[in-house]
Ligand binder design. Sequence first.
Ligand code: PLP
Length: 495
Amino acid sequence: MELSYQSTRGGETGVTASQAILKGLADDGGLFMPTFIPKLDKTMEELAGMTYQETAYEVMKLFLTDYTEEELKNCIARAYDSKFDTGEIAPLAKADGAYFLELYHGSTIAFKDMALSILPHLMITAAKKNQVKNKIVVLTATSGDTGKAAMAGFADVEGTAIIVFYPKDGVSRIQELQMVTQKGDNTHVVAIHGNFDDAQTGVKKIFGDKAFAAALAEKGCQLSSANSINIGRLVPQVVYYVYAYAKLLEAGEIEAGEQINVTVPTGNFGNILAAYLAKEMGVPVKTLICASNENKVLYDFFRTGTYDRNRDFILTTSPSMDILISSNLERLIYLSAGSDAKANAALMKELSEKGSYTVTEEMRGFMKDFLGGFASEEENRATIKKIFEDTGYLIDTHTGVAASVYNHYKEETKDPAKTVIASTASPYKFSGSVLEAIDGVRPEEDEFAIVDRLAELSGVAIPQAVEEIRTAPVRHTAECGIDQMQATVAGILSV
Ligand SMILES: *Cc1c(COP(=O)(O)O)cnc(C)c1O
């Protein structure tokens, strides 16, 4: 059976991978899902000897079925190259009784680089394959990391433009500086007067506006998405879970077939969904531990079966996880309903109208391998400090949430299974909060003085991505209200 894509809300079926990547979001507001989850056709022993790039091909070929071998290998080679500061691309560090899968060695020092360094190549290839002549306008809402990683990927890529919306007071200073100094004539950054959910909802609304799409088409433009609602983001993220397992096997840390746990600091539910897909492809994963910060909607959901976004939005020191509407959860809901698009669409309608929905017991049973946990700001700080003091290993505030939740889990369950923790950002991306955690006081200095002090205290080298923005000029200063997002896009594109 040939794999194709369909909307989680039933409006579109039989879509090829390249079409799904080009569109980003289905016309009915649903997310594209493959008709089935393919099984790995190589054994773990075979995968154990492979490089990251080779593993990427073995995983991605199974999902992106209308790309030729040459096209896919070409995209992979251009994505996973010297932009990463380690040849391993995603190295594992053993510390504090867990394996930290470092996903932050790309050009913008967060895990978003893992998928966003390849997405532009997948998209341009898709445009060629589908004879698209329009300019592809990538519209993206960001909680801080996606925006920069997407712009780095699309900057000056011919035939594309990218517009990023970020919450004005909802990102770290380094994240903001990274975005507003972005080069490239086709890049646009706008700060919105709202939070990440407002940005994401606004972007989804623009996608759903047919009249606007028609006006854009007249100008020779069409929209796509670089958010993890795009299947072209999700598929490359499956790769590193397969790779991590294979590398643990190769290093003799686990035996063939041994089950591991995975702990993922979660916001939009993209990264942990990729881990689930890896499990379904055949990677021996036991429990998927979904770690939230104080915005613990997902923790409550896995505990009670009710998803309820009606609560205060809390700004935390792990801003990339400050999210109340986790878009990719829709994909799991859809699968748990037996790929029943109608049932899923009804729940999503409840979410948009009432802000909550409850799944059936059967659906909860389907999700039994997921376990929710959350960490308070206090616990997060204490974990970062303790790991640093005990082992010398420094983690960022998002990874700190995951490590806190995992430590809790281990204490409570005594589960001896080896565990991979997704380490999603360099500590330097959140220098102020990380320094506060290990030093005990909120630093008052200028951002780069904090960076330098963190380097002195930790001995961890300052990444190139941070050095670059020390002196880079600010290029983007646009701001807008949440009801002006569409007008802002229209203005940028002269529609
Ligand atoms: C985006 C992000 C997350 C959350 O990932 P999701 O796929 O949205 O769940 C966690 N940590 C960091 C550093 C991020 O940038």
